[in-house]
Design a protein around this ligand. Sequence first.
Ligand code: ADP
Ligand code: MN
Length: 516
Amino acid sequence: MDSVGVAAAAPDAGPGPAWQSKCPWGAPSTTSISCSLADVMSEQLAKELQLEEENAAFPEVVAAAEGPFITGENIDTSSDLMLAQMLQMEFDREYDAQLRREEKKINGDSKVSISFENYRKVHPYDSDSSEDEVDWQDTRHDPYRADKPTTTPRRGFIGKGKDITTKHDEVVCGRKNTARMENFAPEFQVGDGIGMDLKLSNQVFNALKQHAYSEERRSAKLHEKKEHSTAEKAVDPKTRLLLYKMVNSGMLETITGCISTGKESVVFHAYGGKSATEDKVIPPECAIKVFKTTLNEFKNRDKYMKDDYKFKDRFSKLNPRKIIRMWAEKEMHNLTRMQNAGIPCPQVVVLKKHVLVMSFIGQDQVPAPKLKDVILSNEDMKKAYYQVLNMMQQLYRECNLVHADLSEYNMLWHDGKVWLIDVSQSVEPTHPHGLEFLFRDCRNVSQFFQKGGVAEALNERELFNAVSGLNITADNEVDFQAEIEALEKMNEDHVQNHGKKLSMFSSDGDPPIYDE
Ligand code: ADP
Ligand code: MN
């Protein structure tokens, strides 16, 4: 670390005499300045001091988490909330320790003991459901955004008699154009003309619109780059606090570092600690998947969730932060289903908001390689293929799921077998696009193993039929795809009708179920 510390900031007595000897008027020797005002005001110095104090205050915590992640150095001390909460937690722990001592003293060897459990401040991690964060505003409705400019009706004019104004009216049109200007991207500077009675001609407006759009695209590209380069490694203070709590509660021993940063998630490795409840065992090594709270990437995923009737109602009412939590929730539920069916996959440990803790596939901090990165013998390749075929069928039949992002990137090779991961986007086969997703999965799997030299590997169409149990006979890709879409459509109609019929008899609002 750079040592601009106290030593460098406070010049020693050295320069004093030299400066005095050069000065013709001399100077009283008592006024030697030990530290300049600029140094005293230095933010850097302040931070250093703060850090020192902190290190002294939480030696235990810092020692427990010496990875690149939660350390005394990078705890974001600029967040007052975070600092306050950290202090509070430390205080609570001390308080509890005192309580336990008193409890022990009072109970002694007595057979009947009293418990101060209810007075404890730090409660087991799972029961901590405090909503300590302010949810994001629902950004889909911005109260500050101008309403849409009023439109001229189809017939092309409003008003009566001599008060008639047509859509070609220059004044009205100009004002409307000015109002529309406000709908350009917020970063786009349009000046303060909006507040005035400015009338923009159509020509000027169109030129401006074109420019605004290209600016928006350019800035999106720039933004994306920036995000991929730096922001990925960091997690925001709220997430850090969540992780910090997991370490603090003892559920995790240490968070050692980052395994992967993807577009939608960051995955960390951690050593498991002790569970607060006896019946639960924390795996010795854990993977922590943090779903990114930057929304850009998740917008692309709308189609997985929006069209899913099970989530439809919830989806429309939620703010972006909650939607991200739903992805984490989905991953948890899907992993649990897979676990129950005996498919090799990570085991869920705990879900906390957008942070999912699961068992680590790999050993000694080294994650198992992805199927795309591992070189397998012919024999293992063949074994892997049959296993994947089997798992796809289990997933479909027993878990009622389609992976929807299955490829050599989301399969790990560990302990001589294939493990499936990354199932937050998985859907049920009756999802409006479920069969298309399945077909895509089949294509990836089939191509991978065919290229990998497995002669027995079915082609994508055969694989699709083998997994789904459907019997689509088309012998070419295009027709096959068309049949899949026709099936989906039929299914959708069926669900709709079925749903309507059902709702006349039942009022419990359960999603309609399609039976073949
Ligand atoms: P993404 O949506 O970012 O692809 P993944 O769930 O695929 O998220 O995780 C990204 C990477 O992190 C994986 O390719 C894998 O290398 C690693 N990873 C994820 N979960 C685990 C786990 N439980 N054990 C070991 N490594 C994991
Ligand atoms: Mn992945």
